[in-house]
Design a protein around this ligand. Structure first.
Ligand code: A3P
Length: 325
């Protein structure tokens, strides 16, 4: 970004008083871009924490809600586009007037902690039609109580942590104000391996949702970015089943599955005017959410040693869980 200020959600000075009081009691780690604070075992910027606290205190889940849960840079934008299109396909058929053609997926599916409850505000959600569709980066153990207690559903999308790291590093550099020099790849990597990154440690974020998806598959659908890339039709149908809106025989014959996949594809979304020129209310340029959209791009950035180091961490942390990357 070509400004001298970082986007709102990275500004420490905008944290509320309640949040400031809590912050003074929490472990801290300084990164080049921002100071991160450890709350309930995960790392947040001060302003993110304000949103986390507000939605933990005030958000009331409904049984029909659908939450899209991800760690940053795992494919959130893609998941938002897919699920929005799936759920709304009767009201918003896929034509040149589809909302995704003129609106970034993040403006169609708001984050609870970043958008709706950001900076400790309590939003009026009355205008949200049922089923309400929200997005969260919150780890499973920190979800608002009502999300655990209601019959709402969660779709969790994760991604190979090596690709997430590379994506995160690029994104952080995009958010970086002009007056900060390029964020060191090695330093960011070192912190990532220690678990210090937005909503990290990445392994605990993934494992929290993974374990719960095994215990409660009706509540959590667990997806991997790589699987979605490899077998998009299969996983789109799974998503539709999970949300109780399976494709009809007529839709199958008419090719609706492929239409949705094409509309939400990296190539299509990235080339839309809105995603080339637009900005989110947080100040982040839409283009920052569309970089390469590939599996295995880490090979172009991590040294062999770095790749091995992350693989060892992944193997150790996920050992015995049944999950691998
Ligand atoms: P890369 O940086 O590896 O390209 P998030 O949406 O969670 O912020 O994740 C961003 C990552 O998802 C980026 O990865 C981005 O390019 C990729 N992405 C965005 N839209 C996508 C799409 N429609 N299909 C596949 N990947 C997509």
């Amino acid at each position: 970004m070509s400004t001298s200020q970082p986007p709102h959600f990275l500004r420490d000075d905008e944290a509320t008083q309640e949040c400031q009081a809590l912050l003074s009691t929490l472990p801290k780690e300084k990164t080049r871009l921002i100071t991160l604070h450890k709350y309930q075992d995960f790392w947040y910027s001060a302003r993110q924490l304000g949103g986390v606290l507000a939605c933990q205190q005030h958000f009331q889940a409904q049984d029909t809600d659908i939450h899209l849960a991800t760690a940053p840079k795992s494919g959130t934008t893609w998941l938002k586009a897919l699920v929005f299109t799936l759920l709304n396909r009767k009201n918003c058929p896929i034509t040149k007037d589809h909302p995704l053609v003129t609106t970034n997926p993040h403006d169609l599916v708001p984050f609870l902690e970043f958008d709706l409850y950001a900076n400790n505000q309590v939003p009026d959600l009355a205008s949200f039609a049922s089923p309400r569709l929200f997005s969260i980066h919150l780890p499973f153990t920190s979800l608002p109580k009502s999300v655990h207690e209601s019959a709402c559903k969660l779709v969790y999308l994760c991604r190979d942590p090596k690709d997430v790291f590379v994506s995160l590093w690029h994104f952080s550099n995009k958010l970086r104000p002009q007056n900060i020099e390029t964020i060191s790849f090695e330093e960011t990597f070192h912190k990532y391996c220690k678990g210090v990154s937005f909503f990290g440690p990445f392994w605990d974020h993934i494992l929290g949702y993974w374990k719960e998806s095994l215990r409660n598959p009706e509540k959590i659908l667990f997806l991997k970015y790589e699987d979605l890339k490899e077998q998009p039709r299969l996983h789109l149908r799974r998503l539709a089943q999970f949300m109780h809106c399976p494709f009809s025989a007529k839709e199958e014959t008419e090719g609706v599955v492929d239409e949705i996949l094409e509309l939400c594809s990296f190539g299509n979304l990235r080339n839309l005017e809105v995603n080339k020129d637009g900005k989110l209310s947080s100040g982040v340029e839409n283009t920052a959410f569309f970089r390469r959209g590939e599996v295995g791009d880490w090979k172009n950035y991590l040294t062999a040693e770095m790749g091995d180091q992350l693989d060892e961490i992944i193997e150790e942390k996920f050992y015995g869980s049944g999950l691998s990357f």
